[in-house]
Design a protein around this ligand. Structure first.
Ligand SMILES: *Cc1c(COP(=O)(O)O)cnc(C)c1O
Length: 347
């Protein structure tokens, strides 16, 4: 919030709040890029934020603004990372935090983040879209004042724009292509707003083409209609009726970009490749951006020297079950002797 203060809806009346969010690494993928025939492929590692996802960029602003307005409680629906972030910033701000989650569809690390920070966690027998409808209505009532901190809160998107600023500041220009997973569609909209701010201010000349990727089982924007029962291994983007649908399609169309679907198999392949070839452990939903880039690159639809940034939205440590089930690595057991260890290593 300090670095990009002039671009944010904050003033001297806004309470100071920070857990050290932002300033995440932009890393050149030489090996994976080489395999795909792309010389200039980078990732923005948003899993390096304090609670392990980009949600912190917007949550810090939303919670600071809630404090400024005198709020005592915040509420959100979540596929996991919003709840982890709300729980952390709410704790730091001394606010009551209520999170409403789809039962059984949250990665264990995210759920524990909310619980250990002592958020009040309500699991509903329903999906994210239903949880969002419930919290929107709860926040709209006057009998129990509570601030909604989902990405329909404009302060969230304002804070999330800072990732686009950082990418331009690091590269000295905007990328040619920005690839990003799309769930509730707030983040793609925030990046587009950030790039637009920088062009309007004359800091960069052009905006990137925006390539958004949904999971095939939860691809309402690709299909052109809401999906009743979204289903994908990528739980953070398991959303059937995105709140920022229109903003996302505007970003796509104004940028000459696309929003496409990638299958769970393609997501898991990218999830494994980026850690095996580059050492970067992201969560499955994050890998949708790279899965999409890989698919288009293999189809010959990307210039080989295009400056591409794929956003890796969250940290792989959040979802150990998917790692265990799909990473395919196995432990070699051995007795505590040099010979036994040499034997299992086949040396
Ligand atoms: C929230 C989230 C997304 C989706 O972002 P939207 O703004 O909802 O489109 C993607 N990946 C991860 C890891 C997330 O936490």
């Amino acid at each position: 919030m300090d670095r990009y203060r002039p671009w944010l809806p904050v003033s001297d009346a806004t309470p100071a709040l920070s857990l050290g969010e932002g300033a995440t690494p932009l890393v050149h993928l030489r090996r994976l890029g080489g395999q795909l025939g792309l010389t200039n492929l980078h990732v923005k590692i948003e899993g390096m934020n304090p609670t392990g996802s980009f949600k912190d960029r917007g949550m810090v602003v939303a919670v600071a603004k809630a404090l400024e307005a005198g709020a005592r409680s915040i509420i959100c629906a979540s596929t996991g990372n919003t709840s982890a972030s709300a729980a952390a910033y709410g704790a730091a701000a001394g606010l009551e935090v209520v999170v409403v989650l789809p039962k059984g569809a949250i990665a264990i690390g995210k759920l524990l983040q909310a619980l250990v920070a002592s958020a009040r966690v309500v699991a509903i027998d329903g999906n994210f879209d239903q949880a969002l409808a419930v919290v929107r209505e709860l926040a709209a009532r006057d009998d129990h004042p509570i601030t909604l901190v989902n990405s329909v809160n404009p302060h969230r998107l304002a804070g999330q724009k800072t990732a686009a600023f950082e990418i331009c500041d690091d590269l000295g220009r905007a990328p040619d292509i920005l690839a990003i997973p799309v769930g509730n569609a707030g983040n793609i909209s925030a990046y587009w707003a950030g790039f637009t701010d920088y062009v309007m201010a004359g800091i960069v000349e052009r905006r990137p083409r925006m390539l958004g990727f949904q999971a095939a089982g939860a691809a309402p924007i690709v299909l052109g209609h809401p999906v009743e029962q979204p289903d994908t291994i990528a739980t953070a983007i398991r959303i059937g009726n995105p709140a920022s649908w229109t903003l996302a399609t505007e970003a796509r169309d104004e940028s000459g970009g696309r929003i496409e679907a990638v299958t769970d198999e393609e997501i898991l392949a990218a999830y494994r490749d980026v850690v095996r070839l580059e050492g970067i452990f992201c969560e499955p939903s994050s890998a949708a951006s790279l899965a999409g880039v890989a698919k288009l690159a293999r189809a010959g639809e990307l210039d080989q020297d295009a400056l591409i940034v794929a956003v890796l939205t969250g940290n792989g440590l959040k979802d150990p079950h998917t790692a265990e089930a799909h990473a395919g690595a196995s432990i070699l057991d051995a007795a505590p002797t040099v010979d036994a260890v040499r034997a299992v290593l086949e040396w």
